[in-house]
Design a protein around this ligand. Structure first.
Ligand SMILES: Nc1ncnc2c1ncn2[C@@H]1O[C@H](COP(=O)(O)OP(=O)(O)OP(=O)(O)O)[C@@H](O)[C@H]1O
Length: 279
């Protein structure tokens, strides 16, 4: 299978103030194959969103290279659709209007725009809700519109930053299954960020576990599940349980490391305060 995204030796350093800098990502190497469902997990603050922003072209790496189909990513473009945790829909536009908006900017004629909007609303299970405004839709429905909107540009890559995190458990599970169906149907390459280990193992063909501070790729775990069809209780499959445990153990080490780091930082802070008070 060909490589869609190649991330090599990527570092991202933020300048905190004039004298201080913060390394968010260090020496990231990762290859995402064409049509692959790749999931990124890691402790809070390890740099997942920073990495996704780099893939989206919203920011640039401090050093290193990110190639999409062999060409460097230089900025945002329609070959990559992004779905965030918050729906980011225009409140004054209907579901259909939200999808058509970007297509209009792209110069797609009205009739075609309408057709595309209907097709993608149907793909995410929202036929009949075309004329509803965001405030008339549930959280899950809004996120379906956001997904439909990203897909309507026909991007080759879908970048998803905790898209289901704000939803209730039942809706989340439904949308996970829907997303797998859409992925199978469209063959898109998906990079998906989550905090949820179950979600990662259920969705991903591979799960990249990141380290805490600075964010690096600790390990990429293969998820060799044959079928993810909704009829089967995948979560009780022995292979699911085994890989879930593997990801859980890798992640736990990093969460403990992050907690230790925070404790030490607090201790040093207290000591410094003590010196200042008594000095
Ligand atoms: N513009 C910025 N300037 C300075 N530091 C930043 C900036 N953006 C992110 N960071 C820092 O970089 C680190 C990584 O942030 P990022 O949001 O990528 O983490 P994350 O893994 O997505 O976190 P979470 O899981 O909590 O959403 C954090 O410590 C954050 O404070």
């Amino acid at each position: 299978m060909s490589v869609k995204i190649r991330i090599s030796q990527v570092n991202k350093v933020f300048q905190v103030n004039r004298t201080e800098s913060f390394t968010a990502l260090q020496d990231i190497h990762l290859e995402v194959r064409t049509g692959e469902f790749m999931v990124l997990v890691g402790p809070s603050g390890c740099g997942k969103s920073t990495l996704l922003d780099l893939l989206g072209g919203l920011t640039k790496p401090t050093s290193g290279e990110i190639l999409l189909d062999g060409r460097p990513i230089t900025g945002p473009a329609l070959d990559r659709g992004i779905v965030f945790q918050q729906y980011a829909l225009f409140p004054w536009k209907t579901a259909k209007g939200n999808i058509e908006f970007g297509l209009e900017a792209k110069g797609v004629p009205k009739k075609e725009r309408e057709e595309i909007a209907r097709t993608y609303l149907s793909l995410v299970g929202l036929t009949g809700f075309e004329d509803r405004y965001p405030h008339e839709l549930s959280g899950g429905m809004k996120q379906r519109v956001a997904i439909a909107r990203s897909l309507a540009y026909d991007p080759e890559v879908l970048l998803m930053d905790e898209p289901f995190a704000a939803l209730d458990a039942q809706t989340r599970e439904t949308l996970q299954t829907e997303l797998l169906r859409i992925w199978e149907q469209t063959g898109k390459t998906i990079v998906f960020i989550t905090h949820g280990i179950d979600e990662a193992v259920y969705l991903g063909q591979r799960v990249a576990v990141m380290t805490s501070r600075p964010g690096r790729i600790k390990q990429v775990v293969d998820i060799p599940l044959a079928s993810r069809s909704s009829e089967e209780d995948l979560r009780s499959d022995p292979e699911f349980i085994r890989t879930r445990h593997e990801v859980w153990s890798l992640l736990r080490e990093e969460v403990l490391r992050a907690q230790e780091y925070e404790k030490n930082k607090a201790r040093i802070g207290q000591k410094a305060k003590g010196v200042a008070l008594h000095g």
